[in-house]
Design a protein around this ligand. Structure first.
Ligand code: NAD
Ligand code: UDX
Length: 480
């Protein structure tokens, strides 16, 4: 029986390994982590991450050929293939702080693999890493190998949260990069055979190591760039009376452009886009390519602009102050169908509104109060360092309350900000909500999920990203 071990039982390690276990009953899969609470949760009925369809997959395999454990060294020593899926956050200190990837967790995993291994292994980069990381890992492994043969592969993960199970069952492609040596090609073939249990062979791409590493950063940069492009257009639409939905629909019908990933929003979030673009920017700078670095930096600047613009719109619409006003925030996760709040635009929007002394009442169906308070008191970039290493915030943010119900959150509020596109927000009783709010009552739809015309009929003043402005909003100071 082939044995696989995955180091890192997070959003990527957990679901990807569960899918391998499901599709490959002849393979034994162990997912290991240094975080005891995380492993305990994987072994319980309350999994540590919310992902539609994940519970069923885990339940089918756990205890049969899928195991979650904190005994990292034992499982690594026994494995034929070791995936490394630890976090690769943005550095917060020292050389490259605020841009470069922090490979501390990666390096410590590599050193541990070298220490405990007694047999040949294929080591697979699953984490998103800077291009050329495999070279560094090879050095660590070969200098400590005691004659053991390690083959390094890059197999970046392209799943998106909220749709992870579907993405894993039917990936657009699986990318495997390896050395162009007989040993490297044999390792690629071994990993191909794992995926070939359920992925059609023509979707499994083999490349050299550096192409695979760079393709992951490139794919995220291209995706984020589409969102920044449509968000840039949304500002121009508001200024001119064009409708961003109509514009993106017309643009996306060009088959060379395509319709997906063109939804204007309050800004993109999530653990990957910003981190990976910053990482790309840093690599460009280190390679003497400042023009290329500046080009990609703009994707992030536009995203920051969009979040600021939203906050300014809220404040400007409400007589240029939200001091002491209750603002209901509906949605805190970075997208629907996940409880993940890493780099969610809600953090920046809430901080912006708190800066203007608003009182926030926040509701998200999957995010609890502890997480929201932690996010609002954390420093930038601290979020991706393992929870057990993060200092707990000594005090919670006083102007913030968290409810488990949208009606409670909006009661007596002056305005509502929709920051995540949860389906349940579309079907709320907005007449009831309007009746219980202060007047004039505002809705700022940061995800364009509500029917603005119906809300206006009820009496709301409505702002939708990139849509023609209400006369009320036009009369307020210009927002930049
Ligand atoms: P995560 O924080 O959810 O999980 C990482 C886990 O690794 C944590 O549980 C942590 O405790 C564990 N860990 C850290 N060092 C360890 C060590 N030395 N030994 C054992 N366990 C250790 O992160 P994630 O979202 O799963 O992301 C992991 C990697 O995959 C990152 O590089 C990320 O960029 C990439 N990625 C993420 C996504 C996504 O949607 N989240 C998608 C594609 C790629
Ligand atoms: C992303 C990539 O899609 C995935 O391939 C990679 O493996 C990890 O990073 P993820 O961050 O989980 O996945 O979600 P994604 O669906 O890409 O959304 C990222 C952010 O962009 C979210 O905040 C989402 O709301 C926003 N978004 C997405 C838009 O604002 N408009 C869009 O049209 C699409």
């Amino acid at each position: 029986m082939v044995k696989i071990c995955c180091i890192g039982a997070g959003y990527v390690g957990g679901p990807t390994m569960a899918m391998i276990a499901l599709k490959c009953p002849s393979i034994e899969v162990a997912v290991v982590d240094i975080s005891v609470p995380r492993i305990n949760a994987w072994n319980s009925d309350q999994l540590p991450i919310y992902e539609p369809g994940l519970d069923e997959v885990v339940k089918q395999c756990r205890g049969k050929n899928l195991f979650f454990s904190t005994d990292v060294e034992k499982h690594v020593a026994e494995a034929d293939i070791v995936f490394v899926s630890v976090n690769t956050p943005t550095k917060t200190r020292g050389l490259g702080a605020g841009k470069a990837a922090d490979l501390t967790y990666w390096e410590s995993a590599a050193r541990m693999i070298a220490d405990v291994s007694k047999s040949d292994k294929i080591v697979v980069e699953k984490s998103t890493v800077p291009v050329k990381t495999a070279e560094a890992i090879e050095k660590i492994l070969s200098h400590n190998s005691k004659g053991i043969n390690f083959q390094i592969l890059s197999n970046p993960e392209f799943l998106a949260e909220g749709t992870a199970i579907q993405d894993l069952i039917s990936p657009d492609r699986v990318l495997i990069g390896g050395r162009e040596t007989p040993g490297g090609q044999k390792a690629i073939q071994a990993l191909k055979e794992v995926y070939a249990h359920w992925v059609p062979e023509d979707r499994i791409l083999a490349t050299n190591l550096w192409s695979a590493e760079l393709s992951k950063l490139a794919a995220n940069a291209f995706l984020a760039q589409r969102i920044s492009s449509v968000n840039a257009m949304s500002a121009l639409c508001e200024a001119t009376g064009a409708d961003v939905y109509q514009v993106s629909h017309a643009v996306g019908m060009d088959t060379r452009i395509g319709p997906k990933f063109l939804n204007a929003s309050v800004g993109f979030g999530g653990s990957c886009f910003q981190k990976d673009i910053l990482n790309l920017v840093y690599i460009c700078e280190c390679n003497g390519l400042p023009e290329v670095a500046n080009y990609w930096k703009q994707v992030i600047s536009m995203n920051d602009y969009q979040k600021n613009r939203f906050v300014n719109r809220v404040v400007a619409s409400m007589f240029n102050t939200v001091s002491g006003k209750k603002i209901a925030v509906l949605g805190f996760a970075f997208k629907k169908d996940t409880g993940d709040t890493r780099e969610t635009p809600a953090i920046d929007v809430c901080k912006g509104l708190l800066g203007d002394k608003a009182c926030l009442s926040i509701y998200d169906p999957q995010v609890n109060e502890d997480q929201i308070q932690r996010d609002l008191s954390m420093n930038k970039f601290d979020w991706d360092h393992p929870l057990h290493l993060q200092p707990m915030s000594p005090t919670s943010v006083k102007q913030v309350s968290v409810t488990w119900n949208a009606y409670e959150a909006t009661k007596d509020a002056h305005g509502i900000c929709i920051l995540t596109e949860w389906d349940e927000f579309k079907t709320l009783d907005y007449q009831k909500i309007y009746d219980n709010m202060q007047k004039p009552a505002f809705v700022f739809d940061g995800r364009n999920v509500l029917n603005a015309a119906k809300l206006r009929e009820i009496g709301f003043i409505v702002y939708s990203i990139g849509k023609p402005l209400d006369p009320w909003l036009k009369d307020m100071p210009a927002v930049a």
